[in-house]
Design a protein around this ligand. Structure first.
Ligand code: TPP
Ligand code: MG
Length: 328
């Protein structure tokens, strides 16, 4: 599709988004290893920032986002307030979801980010429902759903793609193929190399991109989203990338081949893109931008630390749309 090349502001925004995601999650990693700082499991998208920034920056505010357990990057790229996100991850009252969702069930209705389910493969059916709602209401928006290469094997994902294909719903299925599903390598859980090849069987276009090349991801997402909004049904975008940390911060990933990890570290999406922008004369040094990102994260941690835990009396508030009356 012909469109003008990305301008300076758009290109710097892609880099800035990735830097914020990295700085935010570096801090999550650090806090996860400090006793008593973060409740529950912490799952980060280290190494996968280009997929988050490249796809989410291609969305309009009207589009819907459905994410999964590896979702901080998607939310930050969507413009979710880092203070509220950090406070939520810390389980605090001023968190995005009043401290009730924690890291794994994030939602931001004000930015069309639906409730997150961490049941692997649960997000695509939710996205099909959201896209059906767009169609029903005559809206021109698309729904973008992120899921992993492991999730691609779930029956619910096949059913969602099939139904979206049959009903020609405006869904962009984004598979973040990060070579792992927990401690299982891609070849152990998937009989084919490219998940995008499955798209044809649902009657939709499929494209695989270098998921560590933020501009390649962004351009592909822009093209595919245009087709969805134009009524051409769903599409599948596979971002081929690598999970640089363990499944969660508790996982030292002893099972990962060190040479493979080092090879992917050499394709770091942030280092690569900073180099491209430097070469094109758009950036002198990445450090000031990285320092700015860490400042945002410092402020987010301070905000979260200053927020109390939610009082038990609020436990049932804001949980149901039509709360059931409680006996007192
Ligand atoms: C139905 C279900 N099965 C298993 C799990 C446990 N689990 C959580 S994440 C995960 C791996 C998912 O891999 P993938 O879809 O590739 O996403 P990634 O973690 O690599 O981003 C598993 C097995 C779960 N949450 N839900
Ligand atoms: Mg995976």
């Amino acid at each position: 599709m012909q469109r003008p090349p990305l301008d300076r502001a758009q290109r710097l925004a892609l880099l800035t988004d990735m830097l914020l995601i990295r700085a935010f999650e570096d801090r999550v990693t650090q806090l996860a290893h400090e006793q008593g700082r973060l409740p529950g499991m912490q799952i980060t998208c280290h190494g996968q920032e280009a997929a988050a920034a490249g796809v989410v920056r291609a969305l309009t505010p009207e589009d819907v986002v459905v994410t999964n357990h590896r979702g901080h990057g998607h939310l930050l790229a969507r413009g979710v307030d880092p203070n509220a996100l950090m406070a939520e991850i810390m389980g605090r009252r001023d968190g995005l979801n009043r401290g009730k969702s924690g890291t794994l069930h994030l939602a931001d209705p004000s930015r069309n980010v639906l409730m997150t389910s961490t049941v692997v493969g649960a997000a695509p059916p939710l996205a099909v429902g959201a896209a059906f709602a767009h169609r029903y209401r005559g809206e021109k928006a698309a729904t973008c759903v992120f899921f992993g290469d492991g999730a691609a094997a779930e029956g619910s994902v096949h059913e969602a793609m099939n139904l979206a294909g049959v009903w020609k719903l405006p869904v962009l299925f984004v598979c973040e193929s990060n070579c792992w599903a927990g401690a299982q390598a891609h070849r152990e859980h998937c009989p084919i190399g490219r998940i995008a090849d499955r798209a044809a069987s649902y009657g939709m276009p499929g494209e695989a991109v270098d998921g560590n090349d933020v501009e390649a991801v962004h351009e592909a997402a822009l093209d595919l989203l245009e087709g969805r909004r134009a009524g051409h049904g769903p599409a599948l975008l596979e971002c081929r990338t690598y999970r640089m940390h363990g499944h969660g911060e508790h996982d030292p990933q002893h099972y990962v081949d060190k040479a493979e990890l080092a090879a992917w570290a050499g394709r770091d999406p942030i280092v690569r893109y900073a180099e491209v922008l430097r070469r094109d004369g758009l950036l002198d040094a990445v450090e000031p931008l990285a320092v700015h990102a860490s400042g945002i994260v410092d402020a987010a941690v301070a905000f979260a630390d200053a927020s109390p835990y939610p009082p038990p009396g609020e436990a049932l508030e804001h949980v149901y749309a039509n709360p059931i009356a409680r006996e007192v």
